[in-house]
Design a protein around this ligand. Structure first.
Ligand SMILES: [Fe+2]
Length: 216
């Protein structure tokens, strides 16, 4: 499984004379490290430098996302598993191909329950994201429109908090009941430099084999 680095620099500052590997981190709605079988419980993000305009981070409430579904759809989702795949991470095509290949090799697709009960609050939260490829036992064609609906439903403005960064802001969030996205709506010649760390979460899910769709 993937190692959990203590600090990840999320930056568009040049690194060793090259474009930073993390300059496009977090560009689609996700929950941190959901592509592992120990998804992050929480994450902390600290702002060292930000552009004058843009570069906000948005968060959405996955309790609300679940609770506002119909009982019929909740019933369908309650026993379903979703396959979280690191290759669905937006911007991988702009990273070093060797490092991406290693990332994929270390992180095979992981199936997690679509609905998870938060171990501390006891509330049910939806656990899907834009990094889900398919549902276990369903085809990708069948899964895609349902995933699209769930992500759109979960990210409606009423459920979203948008953070406009100030230098030295530190944000901490619970990945078990939220998703977030980092917006690329700023002048990329301006520096956005953040430090992130994550808290190791509870074990969850199982390695998904496309051929069998079974537990391993
Ligand atoms: Fe993230």
């Amino acid at each position: 499984m993937q190692e959990h680095p203590e600090i990840l620099l999320v930056t568009n500052r040049m690194r060793n004379g090259k474009a930073s590997e993390t300059r496009n981190t977090g560009r689609n709605w996700h929950s941190d490290l959901s592509y592992t079988n120990h998804p992050a419980r929480g994450s902390l993000l600290w702002c060292e430098e930000r552009p004058d305009v843009g570069g906000d981070t948005m968060f959405t409430n996955m309790y609300f996302a679940y609770e506002t579904l119909s009982d019929k759809l909740k019933g369908f989702l309650d026993s379903l598993y979703a396959v979280h795949d690191v290759s669905m991470t937006k911007g991988l095509d702009k990273r070093d191909p060797e490092k991406v290949a290693e990332l994929k090799r270390l992180n095979p697709p992981i199936a997690h329950p679509v609905v998870r009960t938060h171990p501390e609050t006891g509330r049910k939260a939806l656990y899907v994201s834009e990094r889900v490829r398919t549902f276990v036992g369903m085809t990708e064609d069948e899964s895609r429109p349902i995933l699209k609906f769930l992500c759109e439903h979960a990210t409606q403005p009423e459920f979203v908090y948008r953070h406009q960064w100030r230098v030295h802001d530190l944000l901490m969030w619970d990945n078990r009941c939220t998703m977030h996205v980092a917006l690329a709506d700023f002048d990329q010649t301006k520096t956005r430099h953040m430090q992130r760390t994550s808290l190791l979460g509870e074990p969850s899910g199982f390695i998904y084999s496309e051929n069998e769709g079974e537990r391993h």
